[in-house]
Design a protein around this ligand. Structure first.
Ligand SMILES: [Mn+2]
Length: 359
């Protein structure tokens, strides 16, 4: 098993790559859409109520072949491997998610990105096929000793404003959270599944040819509907449904242990067992939580409902040899909360992995 760090767009700097390497990482997952930075270095992953994770920029040059080539070169110049990109930008695929008029043009662009990953030797593209996205979490001092963390506490769910998808704004002109006349009509889970099926039917042959694995992340928060939009993967059994849509060696899971722990009626260990034994895990997000949807909060990696050592032992026993990254974590209170919190999670993971490999 390999230790990695996920870096958001604004954190992809030589300095942070060295931080990752100094902390013992060998691999990087680059999360490109959105900056997820407030107040300079402070990173939180809760959203603000109206504008979600902010504006998705269509013309960020990092998505070009040259941009991705330079990103890979930067990661490698610090002695690390660029394992995956995580998430397409909503600005690039809103009509794929919404089945809108620009769908085909946007699919062509996504295919170009996947082909470029293949040409560059970046093995994995993570994605989350969701209309409402990760929405509704709030920040509070709910983790150990009052550390700030994000949680979900069954909030009222207003419809999605026009111009927004995946909890980001793709049309600035149109988006107006205060206009009740322009909202997305409800969309059923069957319809979202149909859109995913079409996406995979076109995308998987391209991914297979490019030698790239498409890795899907479950719906977070894992609820059957969010803001009127059906969701697809909110129980451990649902991963299989997605894998079965188009069986392919290029179709796998971005295995988010935190989201799985949040799933009502799901045994996290059985779910780890099942999909690691089937060799369908592309890479792993490790995160601990307390509670289940629709009411849970995120905790430090050693302090939540899930026995992370047990999770890692199952992965190891089933021969999982991919990358594990900390997902998000509560923030340690200090001058560099994100860095300190990541270093804490990475140190715990490194010790656990060393222990298990010696057993
Ligand atoms: Mn995750």
């Amino acid at each position: 098993m390999k230790l990695g760090l996920g870096l958001y767009r604004a954190l992809l700097t030589a300095e942070n790559l060295r931080f990752a390497r100094q902390a013992g990482c060998t691999h990087i997952i680059a999360h490109l859409p959105g900056h997820f930075v407030r107040d300079g270095a402070k990173i939180i992953t809760s959203d603000n109520a109206d504008a979600g994770f902010g504006i998705s920029e269509a013309d960020d040059p990092i998505w070009t072949y040259e941009g991705l080539r330079d990103l890979k070169a930067l990661v490698e110049s610090e002695g690390l491997v660029l394992e995956a990109l995580e998430n397409f930008a909503p600005a690039h695929w809103y009509d794929v998610l919404l089945d809108g008029p620009r769908r085909d043009e946007q699919m062509a662009h996504l295919k170009r990105i996947v082909r470029d990953l293949g040409r560059l030797g970046i093995p994995t593209m993570g994605y989350c096929f969701t209309v409402a996205g990760t929405w509704g979490r709030s920040e509070s001092p709910a983790a150990r000793a009052g550390a700030r963390s994000v949680g979900f506490h069954n909030p009222a769910q207003p419809p999605i404003p026009g111009g927004m998808v995946w909890n980001m704004i793709y049309d600035v002109e149109r988006f107006n959270a205060a206009d009740p006349a322009d909202v997305l009509p409800p969309v059923s889970a069957e319809e979202v599944l149909r859109r995913l099926e079409r996406f995979l039917a076109e995308m998987l042959p391209v991914a297979e040819e490019a030698g790239v694995t498409l890795a899907f992340h479950p719906d977070d928060p894992p609820l059957p509907t969010l803001r009127g939009a059906g969701r697809l993967v909110y129980h451990g059994d649902h991963f299989q449904r997605v894998l079965d849509l188009h069986p392919s060696p290029a179709s796998a899971i971005e295995f988010c242990v935190g989201t799985i722990s949040e799933m009502p009626g799901t045994d996290v260990y059985e779910t780890v067992e099942r999909y690691s034994a089937a060799d369908k895990i592309a890479y792993v997000h490790l995160r601990n939580v307390r509670g289940k949807a629709p009411d849970y909060r995120e905790m430090f990696i050693d302090d939540g409902d899930t026995d992370m050592l047990r999770v890692l032992r199952i992965l190891h026993r089933n021969g999982f040899d991919g990358v594990l990254i900390p997902d998000h974590t509560p923030l340690l209170e200090c001058d560099a909360p994100w860095h300190a919190s990541m270093a804490h999670a990475l140190g715990w993971m490194q010790a656990a992995m060393t222990l298990i490999e010696q057993e």
